[in-house]
Design a protein around this ligand. Structure first.
Ligand code: NIG
Ligand code: FE
Length: 415
């Protein structure tokens, strides 16, 4: 930026409750300041504190009156499968009639049917559909979103999803963090030669995705019917060599030692963990691997919820995300996932807010830059039409968000 073209500071005053969510705080402490003010210049936060301590020169500037509302860091949804073809409403009905998620998958539905639809959709169709979701996601106060491939399961269609993410990252305000999930399932055409699919991933796709900088992370679905621990290790070692960060879909439908595995691989996050064991939880605590809870998947599959209290008691950081996808979690509503984490996982509103801001940022290795409202951090800010975090997550509304700032730019403003 040229000298002289710096924008003047923007001053937010009369904030009822400001949640600063510092990266070094314990999870139950969202860094709340009542009757606060916040200042940003360009794309950076420059001052936060109690309004009565606002320095004189900042107090003289024009300001935006937040009307005693809640101000938080822009929310971070650290686990989604944003780009997919088709939907699976018929499976929803089948599950309600008593068929299980695994049964439907084994009969050719589930992830397989989304793979067929994603392969046949054009990049434009996929991008238009994902863009529509992103507009609704931004409305809710989300400013950063992790998004996985994994519905292509072949070179062309996996790259197609990642290229859609690259295009959308430039085209709209939410910052996208792409993850390569070629190891979501072994596609039908490789069922009798799984090892060849694993070679394709390790020898061709992972190096290519990394070289073209199409993904920052590599994820593997470790589960019966998906990938074994030994296969996942092969894949994640290749990812590590290629310079990608590691993530694992672990212990979602059964305890398969996924949490210990994620920790032992040095993964930045282990996700789902509904059936994580005591030893698995301890392993995550020992390595600082973030546990990503996905309460919407538990809700829709009528499955167990991640044992978040046990995780927190052991010293594990717990992020909360949506898992938005057409099967197990067909909703991108992060505040709904947050309220569910309170009710079904006995997490406090402050724990949940930390989990959808600074800890979610940690799950995408960005906690030094986003997810906190601290001087020097990026000016990603959400404003909610409620007086406090407790009130927000207790009084569930279709959308309480009334202002969104991404990198210092207003993207939504209804105040
Ligand atoms: O995170 N667990 C695996 N993958 C997704 C579900 C994908 C789907 O059902 O299409 C999940 O729940
Ligand atoms: Fe998922």
């Amino acid at each position: 930026m040229k000298i002289g073209s710096l924008s003047p500071p923007t001053v937010l005053r009369n904030i009822g409750q400001l949640a600063t969510c510092p990266a070094d705080a314990v999870q139950q402490d969202a860094g709340l300041i009542d009757n606060a003010a916040l200042v940003f210049e360009g794309n950076k936060i420059t001052w936060v504190g109690a309004e009565e301590q606002l320095p004189d020169q900042l107090g003289k500037l024009d300001f935006i009156d937040c009307g005693q509302r809640l101000v938080t860091p822009g929310l971070v949804d650290c686990h989604t499968h944003l780009c997919f073809g088709g939907w699976r409403g018929d499976e929803f009905e089948m599950r309600l009639q008593g068929r299980s998620y695994q049964e439907i998958a084994a009969a050719g539905g589930g992830i397989r049917s989304t793979v067929a639809a994603t392969r046949s959709d054009s990049p434009v169709q996929l991008a238009d559909k994902a863009l529509k979701s992103l507009q609704g996601i931004l409305d809710l106060g989300v400013t950063t979103l992790e998004c996985k491939s994994g519905y292509g399961l072949e070179k062309v269609a996996e790259l197609k999803q990642l290229q859609v993410y690259r295009q959308l990252d430039e085209q709209q305000a939410i910052e996208l963090v792409p993850t390569f999930l070629g190891a979501h399932m072994v596609p039908d055409e490789y069922q009798d030669r799984r090892n060849e699919y694993i070679r394709l991933l390790c020898d061709e796709l992972i190096p290519m995705v990394s070289e073209q900088q199409l993904a920052q992370f590599c994820d593997v679905f470790v589960e019966e019917g998906a990938f074994s621990l030994a296969e996942a290790e092969e894949i994640l070692v290749a990812a590590q060599i290629a310079g990608l960060g590691l993530k694992v879909h672990a212990d979602q439908l059964s305890n398969g030692g996924g949490a210990q595995f994620a920790a032992s691989m040095g993964a930045v996050s282990a996700e789902h963990l509904e059936y994580a064991s005591k030893q698995g939880i301890q392993a995550l605590a020992d390595t600082g691997t973030v546990a990503v809870s996905l309460p919407l998947a538990s809700l829709y599959l009528r499955e167990a919820y991640m044992p978040a209290r046990d995780m927190l008691a052991a010293g594990v950081r717990v992020a909360v995300a949506t898992d938005f996808n057409p099967g197990s979690a067909p909703s991108y509503h992060l505040p709904l996932a947050m309220t569910l984490a309170c009710i079904n996982q006995q997490m406090t509103p402050q724990e949940v807010l930390s989990g959808a801001t600074t800890i979610a940022a940690r799950a995408v290795s960005a906690e030094h830059r986003i997810g906190s409202l601290i001087p020097g951090y990026e000016a990603d800010i959400a404003i909610f039409d409620v007086p406090s975090v407790n009130h927000w997550l207790y009084h569930f509304q279709a959308n309480a968000c009334c202002g969104v700032i991404k990198a210092g730019q207003w993207e939504r403003r209804y105040l």
